[in-house]
Design a protein around this ligand. Structure first.
Ligand SMILES: O=C1C[C@@H](O)[C@H](O)[C@@H](O)C1=O
Ligand SMILES: [Co+2]
Length: 303
């Protein structure tokens, strides 16, 4: 398979085990996951909540020639204050540096309804002006901590949180320093806005990490109609891997190439592993990447 040298392809552990709903895939071990990542031809993954201490993980990675892209961090700047959040984040960054990761994925989870039984389509929280100032200042501080560990803080816009919509991402980018980068997640922005190109085009200069998550449009509309929660929606199959849903990934991928994006593209689809076999879905993504995406540059170079 062809790989573009400036882009690293990863797949997230969420298809095997789900940190938001830890009963999903609880029997899937680290060895199983990492070996599947190799079989499906990916170069790395992100750290899941069940991953072991750094030295153990590093050995398992080295055995398979895999790398760690980064790991999710739920910040609670508004709920717990910056001091407490920064302390926890510092520890998080130390671990990520130990496993030689590139990015620290941050999402402000104060007031988040991500884990609650409330409609993900209509009940998202909004920050007040005062809260926006606190969140942005706090993220600047966390961004500086990440830099001190040679990591990039990449902010994950997320359904059901105070920073979900295109307008909220615009506000975040306008009010944070360059130490706060952006994670572009196709699935979250598509469900929120019905489009995933506007945000990409607008903020490409700040985007330092990418999640390619696909959406099953009919399921999304049914979930919206029924007012389903985030958990209910993904358990109904709202998300899937690229090549299996409605997003045409050639558009964001071509734009990333045109913009000389350098970094990870991580395939990520929360699904129930007892229904969506993780390796089978990883292979669906692999096939789509090879046949439809990475062939783009080689086709172009013929002319
Ligand atoms: O990157 C992600 C990490 C998950 O824990 C989160 O809930 C998911 O939606 C996501 O995009
Ligand atoms: Co994501």
């Amino acid at each position: 398979m062809e790989q573009q040298s400036s882009i690293l392809w990863g797949i997230a552990p969420i298809g095997w085990r789900n940190d938001d709903l830890p009963t999903l895939g609880a029997d899937n071990t680290l060895s199983h996951l990492l070996s599947d990542v190799v079989v499906a031809g990916f170069q790395g993954t992100e750290v899941g909540g069940f991953f072991p201490e750094a030295s153990v993980l590093k050995k398992e990675l080295a055995l398979r020639n895999l790398r760690i892209a980064g790991q999710w961090f739920s910040s609670f700047i508004l709920r717990d204050g910056l001091e407490e959040t920064a302390k926890a984040f510092d520890k998080h960054c130390q671990y990520l540096q130990d496993v030689e990761a590139d990015v620290a994925v941050v999402s402000e989870q104060t007031y988040s309804i991500q884990g609650l039984h409330q409609s993900i389509f209509s009940k998202k929280p909004c920050f007040t002006d005062e809260e926006w100032v606190k969140v942005c200042q706090g993220l600047n501080e966390l961004g500086r901590i990440a830099e001190s560990y040679a990591l990039k803080l990449v902010y994950h816009h997320h359904l059901g949180t105070g920073i979900q919509t295109a307008a909220e991402v615009d506000r975040l980018m306008a009010n944070t320093d360059s130490v706060v980068h952006l994670l572009y997640d196709t699935g979250h922005i598509f469900v929120s806005e019905g489009d995933c190109m506007t945000m990409l085009e607008k903020h490409i200069d700040r985007i330092q990490h990418v999640h390619f998550k696909d959406v099953r449009k009919t399921v999304m509309e049914q979930c919206r109609q029924a007012g389903k929660s985030f958990f209910q929606s993904f358990l109904s199959g709202m998300f899937t891997v690229p090549g299996d849903g409605c997003i045409d990934f050639t558009k964001p991928y071509e734009f990333l190439l045109k913009s000389s994006y350098q970094g990870w593209i991580v395939v990520e689809a929360e699904q129930d592993p007892s229904i969506a076999h993780p390796l089978e879905y990883a292979m669906i993504a692999r096939k789509y990447i090879d046949k439809t995406l990475t062939s783009i540059r080689s086709k172009e170079s013929v002319y």
